[in-house]
Design a protein around this ligand. Structure first.
Ligand code: MSP
Length: 515
């Protein structure tokens, strides 16, 4: 079986994640489930990033020890990942003992081989981003990444010789056009960061305690990004001697998903760290766009944060998963609001999917007591419908291979729409009026049930519970991803999958509850 190692960024254990942070785990989950469906041996890793000055300060403000603080937040993050029904194989934490030990050793290895050296750092530091900047990198005197205040710092620090690897990295990126996706991010990295020249990176801190100590110089804490990035290898069995069988099986990662704000860390620092350790680079790093709230960045200060658990309470897990997976395009930001979610539920989940399943199962019950087999009375209208069904696997694969998840869902929903149209074209209720047409009627219902069955298999990665519920109602566990002419169905009573929402009424309720 071909292996597939997929990772998400590890979330800061600094606060409860909002729906934007939750997007990435759902996206990774849909891809991981899809690969499993296609027969890959998948390993899906996620987790929390728990060290650094910002977290130390948060713990202090909460009157907690940092360890206690991150234990709580990490657990909360895991709870939300579970609530979203994500099928990760391992949830890692940077405070795990093995991770800390391996990071210490790899830092020492890089020092011993001359890639890390001791010097002095003078510059500007942004605490929230945990990033140092030179005077010229600042924008209007503020952090160029987040626009917040920076403070002047001068300290003894270890530096990592990024510049030594810069040309090799440019060459690698140019020789591997799929390495950074989307293409626009690749151009941005090459033109804005690599071509102008890399400065050596400051990779240790002495101004706080909460982190991994440099083993040979314990005044210093390993820079949080070296600590965090290493999670992708330390947790699958890497060690400085080259790593164990498990590491050799899974590395290099097939896909590393990260948000657009941290693509620089993953396509410059991370590959250079791997090159210095003499480890192959991941096959693909995908910098996904962001989810905005009414077209604005979500933030506590703006009071416009939506949380996954609130949305799941209101609309159910699969509706929230559908919204995230369908509405955030491949290369540009998406937006979310209560109204938009409800509009999508009504238009796609209730009208297209729910309606199709409900109508078909109801007719199977009404006309044939729920038991349907293929009477093979074909008409011309059947062919294009069955062809569309048989091309679904390829159409979905084409989109998934390009990580165009929303478009893959569109292929499935187009097929569901075509199924609804097939009902309108064949008019089963009219056939039912004529005794002589009963075999034709049963054939039509058989084709529809097959359509729903095939679509339900392709829905599994995106809407796992709904797919399972559809299969339960169909009463059939056949797994073929194409139309099969010899199945027979004994369907259950129909149970609605998604209810249409009265949007103004529901919105008023939500706002009332908030006050
Ligand atoms: N801890 C670092 C990552 C280290 S990876 C070695 C970090 N953590 S984070 O909690 O701030 O972000 C986790 C992920 O969520 C990142 O990939 C980030 O881009 C993503 N998102 C944060 N806000 C988001 C949205 N509003 N929308 C979509 N993704 C968002 O960065």
């Amino acid at each position: 079986m071909e292996k597939y190692y997929i990772t998400t960024a590890i979330a800061y254990a600094s606060a409860k994640p909002h729906i934007g942070n939750t997007y990435e785990i759902v996206l990774a989950d849909a891809i991981a489930r899809y690969k499993r469906l296609k027969g890959f041996d998948v390993y899906f890793q996620t987790g929390t990033d728990e060290h650094g000055e910002k977290i130390e300060q948060k713990a202090l403000a909460a009157h907690q020890e940092p360890q206690e603080y991150v234990d709580n937040v990490s657990q909360e993050i895991k709870r939300i990942w579970d609530l979203m029904n994500t099928s990760y194989d391992k949830f890692v934490r940077t405070t795990d003992k093995t991770h800390k030990e391996v990071v210490g050793r790899l830092f020492e290895k890089l020092y011993n081989q001359g890639d890390i050296y001791l010097d002095r750092y003078e510059g500007w530091y942004c605490t929230p981003c945990e990033s140092f900047w030179t005077e010229t990198q600042l924008v209007d005197g503020k952090c160029p990444d987040c626009g917040r205040e920076v403070t002047k710092r001068s300290e003894e620090a270890y530096f990592f010789k990024l510049s030594k690897y810069q040309d090799r990295l440019i060459q690698y990126i140019e020789d591997h056009p799929d390495f950074i996706q989307p293409e626009s991010r690749k151009n941005e990295m090459i033109n804005n960061f690599l071509k102008p020249g890399l400065q050596d990176l400051c990779v240790s801190r002495t101004t706080f305690d909460w982190g991994i100590r440099v083993p040979f110089d314990d005044k210093h804490i390993v820079y949080v990004w070296i600590d965090a990035l290493s999670n992708y290898i330390t947790n699958i069995g890497y060690d400085v001697d080259g790593g164990d069988e498990n590491f050799k099986k899974w590395w290099p990662a097939d896909l590393q998903l990260v948000g657009k704000d941290i693509i620089r860390f993953h396509t410059i620092y991370w590959p250079i760290l791997l090159m210095a350790l003499d480890i192959p680079l991941p096959k693909k790093v995908f910098g996904h766009p962001w989810l905005l709230m009414n077209n604005d960045k979500m933030s506590k200060s703006k009071g416009n944060i939506l949380y996954a658990d609130e949305l799941v309470d209101l609309f159910g897990v699969d509706a929230v998963r559908y919204y995230l997976l369908h509405e955030i395009p491949f290369a540009s930001d998406g937006t979310i609001s209560y109204e938009l979610i409800m509009e999508r539920i009504n238009s796609d989940l209730a009208n297209v999917l729910g309606n199709l399943v409900n109508r078909t199962i109801s007719m199977a019950n009404k006309y044939f007591g729920g038991s349907i087999s293929n009477k093979k009375i074909s008409e011309e209208v059947d062919q294009p419908y069955l062809q569309l069904l048989n091309s679904l696997e390829e159409r979905v694969e084409n989109k998934m291979a390009r990580l165009e998840i929303g478009l893959a869902l569109d292929e499935i929903f187009d097929t569901l729409r075509a199924s609804n149209k097939y009902i309108d074209d064949t008019m089963p209720w009219a056939l039912a009026k004529n005794e002589a047409e009963l075999d034709r009627l049963e054939t039509v219902l058989y084709n529809l049930l097959e359509g729903i069955r095939v679509c339900s298999i392709f829905l599994e990665p995106y809407l796992p519970d709904t797919a399972k519920e559809i299969q339960r109602q169909l009463g059939l566990s056949e797994r073929t991803m194409q139309y099969v002419s010899t199945n027979s169905y004994q369907v259950t009573e129909p149970t609605p999958l998604f209810m249409r929402i009265d949007i103004p009424k529901k919105l008023a309720e939500i706002l009332d509850n908030k006050e």
